[in-house]
Design a protein around this ligand. Sequence first.
Ligand code: PSU
Ligand code: MN
Length: 331
Amino acid sequence: RHFTSAAADCKVPPLNSVTMQAGSGSFGQNLGWIKISPEVSEALKHGTPIVALESTIISHGMPYPQNFETAKELEVIVRENGAVPATIAILDGIPCIGLTTEELEILARLGSKARKTASRDIALVMAGRENGATTVSATMYLASKVGIPVFVTGGIGGVHRHGENTMDVSSDLTELGNTPVAVISAGIKSILDIPRTLEYLETQRVTVAAYRTDEFPAFFTQTSGCKRIYFYSLNLTVDANIRLEQKSGILIAVPIPREHSASGSLIESAIQQALQEAREKKITGNAETPFLLARVNELTGGASLASNIALVKNNASIGAKIAVSLAQLQK
Ligand code: PSU
Ligand code: MN
């Protein structure tokens, strides 16, 4: 039902109508299959800082209506910090860069009825004219296609525990190895294998930097025990990566603000229980993360959701600042 109204707003621009231009290298490709909102299109043209935002976090990462509120608030925070927000999703089979409030609401209400769309799913969702909520990998891919070098999210996927046997390794990691976008996140959850994830990122040639710490954060908590992460000036690092024309991305890990990390150990024990339940219910593959997020939220009486929202907002303000100073460096 919602689909039709989204389709009306989401027209494919005619070829030649969109001129790409931004952060790195050569732009000006004509992508007739993608819809860029007028505001983002203008920003690309003028080199105005832009922050890409993903949509799986809206549909699968949080319940309605907090997901809708958070999606809107993230855009406000990006604007307050001087950048233009570009939430990315696929509506009626059309990849959209920059959504209207109505489109954000459609995704928020669809929840897990929207298809969780990783890079490998983009073509399928387009072919089926489906609504797709893009994960980190798909959002990076689409952001890079139109020339947006900075992207803010909450947590990325990683190597799952026992991934050395199951081979469940998120395509977020291989996309980071192949797509020159800086991803600002709060690290990865301890439901994943953090040391193996960092090893895998190294193999994929991904630059890993942290914000004001030398330790990789673990999403709900500031620490993971994994040290020796670089923390040089982040805008200079992103700028250098672009000048080098590296094909790989940068993972920027921002620890959750201290005042929201207090419930970390409570959340940690809920995670252990949820993991156990997932094993008993044989929930695997791309259904695992959404199940765990929802279950942990139930078990913690909403504390994990509150922390999740707080850390994504914090990432949005830091990501927007990085985008602003990067745009200045590139003038
Ligand atoms: N981690 C979170 N919240 C999320 C996700 C991960 O804390 O919403 C989502 C992101 O969209 C991420 C995706 O890209 O899950 C990874 O899924 P998978 O492990 O199936 O690759
Ligand atoms: Mn997986």
